[in-house]
Design a protein around this ligand. Structure first.
Ligand code: SAM
Ligand code: FES
Length: 349
């Protein structure tokens, strides 16, 4: 039964495909409680009673790609495009530093006007000014050489969700010019170069099957990323997926918990998308085994333009408000905020 499956997962950090599939589809309420008790216990045994804070700067919503699900895809003509320059980004980083953040995440669409030199210049400037900050990049698929340059400039971590490891499914979510093989190649290169690397998927993306999710779990278990970004898919009104159903809270929480049990040391955010589909989504995510949150540091005048999906929360809030709001939320469920760099537990540079 499912309790035995959960116990086996705790003991082996692994489970046969068929059992993963059963767990993902048949958990009742009391089994769910049991699963979350185990997954939060494992999270605490590795990282303590702590949730890591990352300050997120969404510095450009220009994108050369056309991912079918994404609100800032190049075909969406209704987006008011913006890009911050280096000075704007440094102002956000300073504000973040003063609010106590020791990880800054720089995320954008694939905006070619930020060439490698410019990205390196921004990374170097942040690292020179604040040597105790970790810089995470999330700017898409680049060549080995580009990634190497960012790393040499001082970038510490890189987030690139693989979105799905199933090629057929990948093709349903992306235009023909985008290839899953390239994305996976990117992830391998990032790891080889020495980044702490994050992959991940959307839960409940259109055409996703439970078999796909099991394949993703298999891939993540083998790849052993340092971070895994998962959150529900949420439709955006100006994309071809506008009428598709969102991923559910339950499915996302189940998956967070199973990921925690399969990869105990992974850094696992309770995402903004999870907070968007349910007002307490992030708190529930932490109780299911997530241990990272990423409050927004972007200037308020551009916040509502980085709309990946409808209804995104925190678009009107100042950085300091999100910082304090997240702290209150975390403390309300008995956890503590951890503002240090928060590296992967046994990451040796
Ligand atoms: N351009 C970079 C990249 O592709 O990695 C970073 C930005 S991209 C917008 C960040 C992530 O947003 C994607 O990996 C995707 O999983 C997520 N995302 C995009 N559209 C979404 C949607 N409609 N619902 C939920 N998540 C979405
Ligand atoms: Fe932004 Fe709560 S985290 S307002």
């Amino acid at each position: 039964n499912n309790i035995e499956r959960i116990n086996e997962l705790v003991a082996n950090c692994n489970l046969p495909d068929e059992d993963l599939k059963v767990l993902l589809t048949t958990l009742n309420k009391s089994e769910e409680e049991y699963l979350y008790a185990k997954s939060s216990e494992v999270a605490k045994s590795v990282y303590g009673n702590k949730v890591f804070f990352r300050g997120l700067i969404e510095f450009s919503n220009y994108c050369k790609n056309d991912c079918i699900y994404c609100g800032i895809r190049r075909s969406n003509k209704n987006v008011e495009r913006y890009r911050l320059n280096k000075d704007d980004i440094l102002v956000c980083a300073k504000a973040g530093y003063e609010l106590g953040f020791r990880t800054i995440v720089l995320q954008s669409g694939e905006d070619l006007s930020f060439n490698d030199e410019y990205i390196c210049d921004i990374v170097k400037s942040i690292k020179d000014e604040y040597p105790d900050i970790a810089v995470t990049l999330s700017i898409g698929e680049k060549s080995y050489e580009s990634y190497k340059k960012y790393y040499d400039a001082g970038a510490d971590r890189y987030l690139l969700r693989h979105e799905t490891i199933n090629e057929k499914h990948y093709e349903k979510l992306h235009p023909e010019e985008m290839k899953l093989s390239n994305r996976i190649e990117c992830l391998k290169n990032l790891k080889e170069i020495g980044f702490q690397v994050g992959c991940g998927i959307m839960v409940g993306s259109p055409y996703q099957t439970v078999e796909n999710i099991v394949e993703d779990l298999r891939f993540m278990k083998e790849f052993e990323p340092h971070m895994i970004g998962i959150g529900p898919f949420i439709a955006h009104k100006d994309t071809p997926f506008k009428d598709e159903k969102s991923g559910t809270l339950e499915d996302t929480l189940h998956l967070l918990a199973i990921i925690r049990l399969m990869l105990p040391k992974v850094l696992l955010p309770a995402t903004t998308a999870l907070g968007t589909i349910n007002p307490l989504g992030r708190e529930l995510g932490i109780k299911a085994g997530a241990n990272v949150v990423m409050p927004n540091l972007s200037p308020t005048n551009v916040r509502d333009k980085y709309m990946l999906y409808d209804g995104k929360i925190c678009t009107g809030d100042e950085a300091a408000e999100c910082r304090m709001c997240m702290q209150r939320r975390i403390e309300s469920i008995g956890y503590e905020v951890e503002v240090s760099r928060g590296d992967y537990v046994d990451f040796a540079n």
